[in-house]
Design a protein around this ligand. Structure first.
Ligand SMILES: [Zn+2]
Ligand SMILES: [Zn+2]
Length: 777
């Protein structure tokens, strides 16, 4: 696709130059020629170590010990990858043949390379960069240091030519410096895959003198990934199925957080791209699974003599041997007192994510828990994790024994566990059982009973550098921003909770935000958040959040959600991102001559869909519109709209005003006309692919919303009356469309794929529909 690159480039570089002058007070050097007259005018210089080429060093990601002392090997791999990315896109922009090695040749840093050079790496990793120390200053020290994952781009004189320095604070910063340069050249990565990529074609390519420093504002930027087998099987998520195309998109947009347990791509390829991996979740009950064999020789159970180690713990006062008589002593039989005590006076042996938490006041339980945790992180399923998400059970069930009660509220106990886990992991590093420093994130979340701030001082020595809290406003409203005082029914609670933490006299640590821009409840519908995201991400940042992710991103087929992901990435890098500018550029570059109808289509789609979470899950399963329709069908309610946020029609003044069902359907009719207009515009294949992808998600959304609409309208009439039948016939048209579409059509491993058989099941009201359908004459 052809944009107007010189204008684009000049505008951006002027901005960059102004920034540089403000920062350094020194004039930038002369300009830097990259290509002219069908010839490449520069070499790329990188340290590719002992490998024969940068390509080989980049490909050897499985040979690098990413978690060990081999940081030089890690740097060589990532910076070599950065050099190959740079060469690939310089060839693509200029149209020069990548098969011809004389085009932007990549040279090792041990050679003196004549002429113009682009130096990839900093003064520690790249010998050629070190020669410019006087110009560059030390990237890792002093007031000019950008800090972790930051970088400096600078042109400098080099005797026989010019140098363009792409120097990261660290290996990932260097990779981001390459992507920043390509961004300045007009390359955009809106979505994974070729159709999501915009590369300007420009045979004459150069950069004016530049000195630009940049770094991420949010240190942690990415996704919480989990994919489910079925709606009723949250226990065993299916493996994560990321693709190289998806992780390329993440790296090129400088996103750095994914989940461990990835099965689609080897860990080295993710580490090479700067990704940090999270492990944990509501699965800690598996660490001392009550059904698992007690792994020690128990003094009072002969059947355990084959175990490798003596029992390190005293015999439980409640010991009653092999109670279920299966010949094996289980953890819960050996130590029932390690498990949560319920109000019924019984210990609860949890085997799923919705049960009782352990008895956290029990020191022996904590010792065994930490031992098994370290093993899982060192050699088990979580061996590639950089972060541990310490989440208690997804239910407010906390041990009611006297010793636990003395420890305070669920939040107090949760923070104590987070502290013990962090200290346990540090100890494991100190005594060699674990080879990497793993940071701990704890949960601030209503469903687990830990949304309130602590009620007492934190444990002495609480490590604020290694522990942070993640705030999850689950089932929030997106009609309103999180701090909008007009959202008294839903968001005000979350706003108050967050404020209570921020003003806590006891917790003084960092926050992460866990948003829900594609939570599985949203069924991969194309809900857009450009307006609330613009406000909320800045609000979170001002409130001290320096880390953010959302669940559950799909791997491909994003359609309109490409805009959500792109805006999310840009704003996590810099919350002050000019969002109207970003949107204007997005529609121009992604849709070319169809930009006008597509921009209007997106604006209309955002208005149509913004209240749809209240059909699906807000403020809870039961109280959402879907839940109310079910209750209505069961004769348990006559009222479909218990909240002011959603109603069938009419005016809806503030507070708590959201688009009515009629408003949404009218907007969807408008979307349909705009989509038809866009489809008529002659465009190239890439743009056509983007529009058709949007169309697929739009048709799914329109049918889903109209199904809800006609079923809700049918409730205004007596069952089986002519008016009721008319609405149900209209509902049936939508249902039949949905029933014939597999969800894979719109979702690629997002919230719903593999979980739902087809788009009708995804609506969440198939059961109600079938019940009424059966009553139709
Ligand atoms: Zn207890
Ligand atoms: Zn609201």
């Amino acid at each position: 696709m052809h944009v107007n690159p010189p204008a684009l480039l000049l505008r951006m570089v002027c901005v960059a130059g102004a920034l540089a002058a403000a920062r350094t007070g020194r004039a930038a050097a002369e300009g830097f020629d990259i290509a002219r007259g069908g010839r490449s005018l520069c070499s790329i210089v990188v340290n590719h170590g002992a490998f024969a080429s940068a390509e080989e060093a980049s490909a050897a990601s499985d040979k690098v010990d990413w978690f060990g002392a081999d940081s030089a090997g890690a740097t060589i791999c990532t910076e070599s990858f950065a050099a190959t990315e740079l060469r690939h896109y310089l060839c693509a922009i200029t149209g020069l043949d990548p098969e011809d090695p004389s085009n932007f040749p990549i040279r090792g840093d041990q050679e003196d390379v004549a002429g113009n050079v682009i130096i990839v790496g900093n003064e520690l990793s790249n010998r050629q960069c070190a020669r410019f120390r006087g110009d560059l200053g030390f990237i890792r020290e002093g007031s000019l240091s950008p800090g972790p994952e930051g970088f400096r781009l600078r042109t400098a004189r080099k005797g026989d030519g010019e140098a363009l320095l792409l120097a990261g604070f660290d290996r990932v910063g260097t990779l981001y410096a390459v992507y920043d340069l390509l961004n300045l050249c007009g390359v955009r990565w809106f979505a994974p895959g070729l159709s999501g990529e915009v590369v300007p074609h420009q045979a004459e390519l150069g950069i004016p003198g530049i000195d630009r420093t940049d770094a991420p504002k949010f240190a942690v930027r990415g996704y919480w990934a989990e994919f489910f087998n079925s709606e009723n099987d949250f226990v065993r998520p299916v493996g994560k199925k990321g693709t190289i195309g998806f992780f390329n998109w993440m790296a090129r947009n400088r996103m750095n957080l994914w989940s461990s347990g990835e099965e689609g791509v080897p860990p080295g390829e993710m580490k090479k791209r700067g990704l940090h991996l999270s492990a944990g979740g509501h699965t800690f009950y598996t660490l001392i699974d009550p059904r698992a064999p007690y792994p020690y020789r128990h003094s009072r159970f002969a059947g355990s003599s084959g175990q490798p180690a003596d029992d390190p713990y005293p015999v439980s006062p409640n010991f009653r041997g092999d109670e279920n008589g299966d010949g094996v002593l289980s953890y819960s039989e050996a130590h029932p007192e390690w498990y949560g005590l319920g109000p019924d006076g019984k210990r609860h042996f949890t085997t799923d994510p919705f049960g009782y938490n352990f008895c956290t006041s029990n020191h022996e339980m904590v010792t065994e828990f930490l031992k098994n945790l370290v093993e899982k992180l060192a050699r088990g399923e979580w061996k590639y994790a950089d972060y541990l998400d310490w989440w208690p059970e997804d239910a407010d069930h906390w041990c009611e024994c006297d010793e636990c009660k003395k420890l305070g509220s669920p939040t107090d106990r949760n923070l104590l566990m987070a502290h013990l886990i962090r200290e346990g992991l540090k100890q494991a590093v100190a005594d060699g059982r674990l080879r990497r420093d793993i940071k701990v994130k704890f949960l601030i979340y209503s469903s687990a009973g830990v949304i309130d701030p602590p009620t007492r001082p934190l444990p002495a020595g609480f490590d604020y550098d290694g522990v942070m809290g993640t705030f999850f406003p689950i089932f929030r409203c997106y009609v309103h921003t999180l701090d909008d005082p007009a959202c008294t029914e839903f968001n005000l609670h979350y706003f108050n909770d967050l404020n209570a933490w921020r003003s806590s006299p006891y917790y003084k640590g960092k926050f992460m935000i866990g948003e829900y821009y594609n939570i599985s409840y949203f069924r991969d519908l194309p809900i857009l958040f450009t307006r609330t995201m613009e406000h909320d991400i800045r609000f979170y940042y001002k409130g001290g959040a320096r880390a953010m992710h959302y669940m559950h991103v799909p791997i491909g087929n994003w359609g309109p959600r490409a805009l959500t992901n792109y805006q999310f990435a840009r704003m996590l890098w810099d919350p002050a991102t000019d969002v109207p500018g970003l949107l204007g550029e997005y529609f121009q570059l992604r849709y070319g001559s169809a930009r006008d109808p597509m921009r209007d289509f997106y604006a209309s789609l955002e208005r149509a869909m913004i209240n749809i979470p209240e059909y699906l899950c807000t403020p809870s399963d039961d109280e959402s519109l879907g839940g109310q329709l079910r209750a209505f069908a069961d004769g348990k309610t006559t009222k479909l709209f218990p909240y002011r946020h959603l109603r069938m029609s009419g005016d809806h003044p503030a507070p708590d005003d959201g688009p009515s069902m009629e408003d949404s359907v009218r907007e969807l009719d408008r979307c349909e006309r705009l989509m038809d207009q866009a489809l008529m515009v002659p465009v190239d294949d890439r743009v056509r692919g983007c529009i058709v992808e949007d169309e697929g998600l739009f048709r799914y959304a329109a049918a889903t919303v109209r199904l809800y609409f006609h079923m809700a309208r049918s409730t205004e009439h007596p069952l089986k009356s002519p008016e009721w039948t008319r609405e149900m016939k209209l509902a049936a048209l939508q249902a039949e469309y949905l029933d014939s579409h597999p969800v894979g059509f719109v979702a690629v491993y997002g919230g719903t794929n593999g979980m739902m058989r087809n788009a009708l099941e995804s609506t969440g009201i198939k059961d109600v529909y079938l019940k009424w359908r059966a009553m139709m004459q």
